[in-house]
Design a binder for this molecule. Structure first.
Ligand SMILES: *[C@@H]1O[C@H](CO)[C@@H](O)[C@H](O)[C@H]1NC(C)=O
Ligand SMILES: *[C@@H]1O[C@H](CO)[C@@H](O)[C@H](O)[C@H]1NC(C)=O
Ligand SMILES: *[C@@H]1O[C@H](CO)[C@@H](O)[C@H](O)[C@H]1NC(C)=O
Ligand SMILES: *[C@@H]1O[C@H](CO)[C@@H](O)[C@H](O)[C@H]1NC(C)=O
Ligand SMILES: *[C@@H]1O[C@H](CO)[C@@H](O)[C@H](O)[C@H]1NC(C)=O
Ligand SMILES: *[C@@H]1O[C@H](CO)[C@@H](O)[C@H](O)[C@H]1NC(C)=O
Ligand SMILES: *[C@@H]1O[C@H](CO)[C@@H](O)[C@H](O)[C@H]1NC(C)=O
Ligand SMILES: *[C@@H]1O[C@H](CO)[C@@H](O)[C@H](O)[C@H]1NC(C)=O
Ligand SMILES: *[C@@H]1O[C@H](CO)[C@@H](O)[C@H](O)[C@H]1NC(C)=O
Ligand SMILES: *[C@@H]1O[C@H](CO)[C@@H](O)[C@H](O)[C@H]1NC(C)=O
Ligand SMILES: *[C@@H]1O[C@H](CO)[C@@H](O)[C@H](O)[C@H]1NC(C)=O
Ligand SMILES: *[C@@H]1O[C@H](CO)[C@@H](O)[C@H](O)[C@H]1NC(C)=O
Length: 466
């Protein structure tokens, strides 16, 4: 057996052979079925209002949940993503079946059903996810008072769950209030604190986000970049009582979706603070994720789950991680000077993760876009469609178009390294090919960095808020 460290090094050295020239986007990203299926779901309004979360594992038909469920924001946010796509892909609206639907109105209508959750303390800690469509609304209509109210209420609700002794916001409520549980997923909540702070000027919200992220980096992330799902703190002493799992295979294993939330969440902290400590945590978590994807490219529900019987995939973890890698690549580019090596590596890997897992999970006959999602394997809820897997599938494709990496017919623009380097340098740098060598194809061959250089920072900030 090779040592883990040697294995990592070998993987990194081998990376140029698999990255680069072979990268291509799956056509499904821009299939007309995307809009057709989402429209079909959007027009089946439930009375009283309910939101799709996962599908039946045999028929692929959506199961619906009450508005105060943590996942309710994803379907409206997906509708906002299709609205974004009509602008990004104006020449392709007919080909993608985006024509003829008022996606913005659908997004607004579907998010209105969530509004009572703003002041419903029953929603607990999951306000970050619930706030997504309202954040989308504010990107389009910054003066929309009801969206402003929603974002601020959600943020204040989360702030109310902050304990300064622990330094974190509380996740699940417990019968013993001194048992203070924090899950890695909550890194995704921090966005709403930044958006609200931006609206109100209340810096306390940013302090809370920073504290939560700092404690999570120390107590959830292991030395090898993997992560615990749950850390229990004592709310009166701040001590860590235990580290364990809820949805993963074992207390010491790495649940792939939690790892993906962490990659995204720490890249987002860097985006908001420019503090490179967060960039380093995101890089470290990304490296663990990438190195632990098995040879077939399929992201398993837990990186340490046994192979026999075959472990179910989690396509949602793959799509969340890909979006996190895209955000991380933007972080690398925002450095001065821009780290094009790192940026190219993460974009390239994101495209491969999307391609490999789309090939497995794209399921035309289902109501969801993707199958092979694992909601909660310890509760035997595996191999379903999942609303957040579909959301990040749509968002990731939009981000690639917005960055100039892909066109709306699924063609890569040539903004990626297309020839492998000699592999002599360790680490992601080994995958870098000097952009000057492969952008000879005129405008279509511009690097991500030069594309981005032409776009104002403000536009980029707006597009990567969630
Ligand atoms: C959308 O475009 C397709 C393909 O061009 C066309 O068949 C369909 O009628 C259009 N739908 C609407 C509502 O315009
Ligand atoms: C304002 O935002 C809310 C919630 O996002 C939405 O339901 C409503 O349609 C929006 N109103 C206008 C006038 O855009
Ligand atoms: C800022 O937010 C915190 C946390 O929600 C709150 O306690 C405080 O009252 C707010 N400050 C102001 C000036 O609104
Ligand atoms: C937290 O610490 C206090 C004080 O030592 C103790 O009474 C309490 O039982 C502890 N709670 C847990 C969940 O360990
Ligand atoms: C802060 O507000 C400005 C102006 O509305 C907006 O451009 C920017 O995207 C906002 N940033 C965040 C993090 O909400
Ligand atoms: C960056 O974050 C780290 C902890 O994550 C903190 O120790 C450091 O002070 C921060 N740096 C700045 C400049 O705020
Ligand atoms: C977790 O602990 C078990 C039992 O000690 C051990 O067999 C297994 O290898 C550990 N897994 C990881 C990923 O460290
Ligand atoms: C994608 O899958 C191929 C095998 O089909 C594999 O060689 C490649 O390493 C995978 N990429 C990632 C990032 O998992
Ligand atoms: C993907 O899902 C199908 C059923 O929908 C199942 O037969 C197959 O084994 C799954 N593959 C993985 C790797 O989860
Ligand atoms: C560029 O990014 C890669 C991947 O994150 C990292 O290993 C490398 O240290 C970065 N280089 C610089 C100069 O920041
Ligand atoms: C997947 O879920 C089914 C029940 O829905 C369960 O029987 C099976 O054990 C789970 N698969 C694994 C590998 O845990
Ligand atoms: C895809 O779109 C690009 C630019 O939008 C165009 O140059 C190219 O010819 C298109 N390719 C196909 C196969 O339609």
């Amino acid at each position: 057996m090779v040592s883990p460290m040697l294995k990592s090094l070998l993987l990194l050295l081998a990376a140029p052979c698999v990255l680069g020239a072979d990268v291509s986007l799956p056509a499904e990203l821009f299939s007309p079925l995307v809009a057709q299926k989402i429209l079909a779901t959007a027009t089946q309004v439930q009375n009283p209002v309910k939101y799709p979360q996962w599908t039946d594992r045999d028929t692929g038909a959506w199961d619906y949940f009450n508005p105060d469920t943590w996942t309710s924001g994803f379907f409206p946010a997906t509708l906002y993503e299709l609205n974004r796509r009509t602008t990004l892909c104006a020449a392709e609206v007919d080909a993608q079946s985006l024509n003829g639907s008022d996606w913005l109105l659908l997004g607004q209508t579907w998010s209105a059903g969530e509004v009572p959750s703003e002041t419903n303390t029953g929603v607990g800690h999951d306000v970050g996810f619930l706030s997504f469509p309202f954040v989308n609304e504010l990107q389009l209509h910054p003066d929309n008072q009801s969206a402003i109210t929603a974002v601020n209420d959600f943020a204040n609700h989360l702030a109310g769950r902050f304990n300064p002794i622990v330094g974190c916001t509380r996740s699940w409520d417990t019968t013993d209030p001194t048992d203070f549980q924090v899950i890695i997923d909550n890194m995704m909540n921090l966005e709403v604190l930044f958006v609200s702070a931006n609206l109100t000027g209340n810096h306390t919200l940013i302090d809370i986000a920073t504290s939560h992220a700092d404690h999570t980096a120390i107590n959830h992330v292991r030395p090898d970049g993997s992560s615990f799902h749950v850390v229990d703190y004592n709310s009166t002493t701040g001590d860590v009582i235990s580290r364990h799992t809820s949805q993963g295979y074992a207390d010491n294993s790495t649940w792939s979706r939690g790892q993906a939330w962490g990659i995204y969440g720490f890249a987002n902290m860097f985006h908001h603070t420019q503090n490179t400590s967060y960039l380093d945590v995101s890089r470290h978590m990304a490296q663990y994720f990438i190195e632990h994807i098995p040879d077939d490219g399929i992201v398993p529900w837990d990186f340490n789950a046994p192979l026999d019987p075959p472990r179910p995939a989690d396509s949602s973890a793959s799509m969340i991680a890909a979006s996190g890698l895209i955000l991380l690549s933007q972080g690398e580019l925002s450095l001065s000077p821009p780290n094009t090596t790192g940026s190219d590596y993460y974009i390239n890997t994101a495209i491969q993760v999307i391609a490999n897992n789309t090939a497995l999970a794209w399921r035309p006959s289902w109501q969801s876009l993707l199958a092979n999602g694992t909601v909660n394997n310890p509760q035997h809820n595996n191999l379903t469609g999942i609303v957040y897997g579909d959301y990040y599938f749509v968002k990731g494709a939009n981000d690639l178009v917005q960055l100039g990496v892909a066109t709306c017919n699924g063609t890569l623009t040539g903004a990626l390294p297309s020839t492998p380097s000699n592999g002599s340098a360790p680490g992601p740098a080994a995958t870098h090919t000097d952009a000057a060598q492969n952008n000879g194809a005129g405008a279509g061959g511009a690097t991500v960095a030069t594309m981005l250089g032409a776009v104002s920072g403000a536009v980029l900030l707006g597009s990567f808020m969630i």
